[in-house]
Design a protein around this ligand. Structure first.
Ligand SMILES: Nc1ncnc2c1ncn2[C@@H]1O[C@H](COP(=O)(O)OP(=O)(O)OP(=O)(O)O)[C@@H](O)[C@H]1O
Ligand SMILES: [Mg+2]
Length: 239
C-alpha cells in the first residue's frame, strides 16, 4: 500500500533521510521510531507529498508521489506534528472546511462529520470554537479533519504527543479501529509502549538510515521488548 524505495532527502548538503526502503502492506500499522532528528517527520512528509524525495520513489496505493501527487493526496490523511487549527472556527466548521477542500459532496458532508465526531467522541464539542478546546480535543479535531475524506491510508506524526492518559487512549483506540476497518497507517511515536501495542511492524531510523525493520512479534521474541531492541540498535550506532 505504501512503498518507499531507495529514498533520500537532502536539505542543502545535509542528508536528512539516507536511502531508506519501507513496505507497508494494506491493513498494517507501521511504526517509525527514532531519536529526535532521526528523519521520521521528513519521511512522513515525503509520503504525504509535502515535498519530494531528492532520490528514489514512493508509491501510495499504486500512485507515484511525483507523477501522481494529487492522487496520492486523495489517498492519504496526514496528521502533522504541529497542528494549527483556526481558533475562531468551531470544530464542525474546521472539519467541514477540510471536507469541502477534499471534494466531499456538500449533501453528504454533514452526515460524514456526524459520523467522525461520534467515532472520536467529539459530539459535545462540535459547536465549540477550536481555541477553547483542550489539547486532547484539539488533537481529535485535527485527526477528524485529516481523515474526513475517508482515505485508505493515514499518516500520523506523533498523534499522542503531549496528551494525557485518557486522550492518548482515545487516539490509540481510534487508530486501532481504523486498522480494523482495513486502513493502512504509517505512525510515528517516541513511546515504545504504545508502538508495541498498536503497530504490526516498525523501522528504527537513525541519522536518516534504517537500522532495523521487523515485526513487533519477532522483536519481542528476540529481544524481550521493543525498548530493549531499540536501545541496542541505537547504542550500537553511537559506540
Ligand atoms: N526543512 C528543513 N530544512 C533543513 N533541515 C531540515 C528540515 N526539516 C528537517 N530538517 C532536519 O532533518 C533532520 C530530520 O528531521 P525530522 O524532523 O525528520 O526528525 P524526526 O525524526 O521527525 O525528529 P523528532 O523526533 O524530533 O520529531 C533533522 O536534523 C532536522 O533538523
Ligand atoms: Mg518529527
Amino acid at each position: 500500500m505504501i512503498s518507499i524505495q531507495n529514498v533520500s532527502k537532502r536539505f542543502g548538503k545535509f542528508k536528512a533521510v539516507d536511502n531508506i526502503n519501507i513496505e507497508v502492506e494494506k491493513g498494517e500499522i507501521f511504526g517509525l521510531l527514532g531519536l529526535n532528528g532521526a528523519g521520521k517527520t521528513t519521511t512522513q512528509r515525503m509520503v504525504s507529498t509535502v515535498f519530494q524525495p531528492s532520490e528514489g520513489n514512493i508509491t501510495v496505493n499504486g500512485f507515484n508521489s511525483k507523477s501522481d501527487s494529487s492522487e496520492v493526496r486523495r489517498n492519504i490523511g496526514f496528521l502533522p506534528t504541529e497542528v494549527g487549527l483556526y481558533d475562531r472556527l468551531t470544530a464542525r466548521e474546521v472539519i467541514k472546511y477540510f471536507g469541502i477542500l477534499n471534494d466531499i459532496d456538500e449533501n453528504r458532508i454533514n452526515d460524514k462529520i456526524d459520523e467522525v465526531l461520534e467515532k472520536l467522541s467529539l459530539v459535545e464539542y462540535a459547536n465549540k470554537r477550536c481555541g477553547k478546546l483542550s489539547r486532547g480535543n484539539k488533537q481529535k479535531v485535527a485527526i477528524a479533519r485529516a481523515i474526513i475524506h475517508e482515505p485508505p491510508v493515514f499518516i500520523f506524526d506523533e498523534p499522542t504527543s503531549g496528551l494525557d492518559v485518557i486522550s492518548s487512549r482515545a487516539v490509540l483506540d481510534f487508530v486501532k479501529q481504523c486498522k480494523d476497518d482495513g486502513r493502512t497507517i504509517l505512525y510515528s511515536s517516541h513511546s515504545m509502549y504504545e508502538t508495541e501495542e498498536i503497530c504490526d511492524k516498525i523501522a528504527v531510523i537513525h541519522d536518516g538510515k534504517i537500522l532495523m525493520t521487523d515485526s513487533i512479534e519477532h522483536i519481542q521474541k528476540e529481544h524481550g521488548s521493543l525498548e530493549k531492541a531499540f536501545i541496542a540498535a541505537v547504542k550500537g550506532e553511537r559506540s
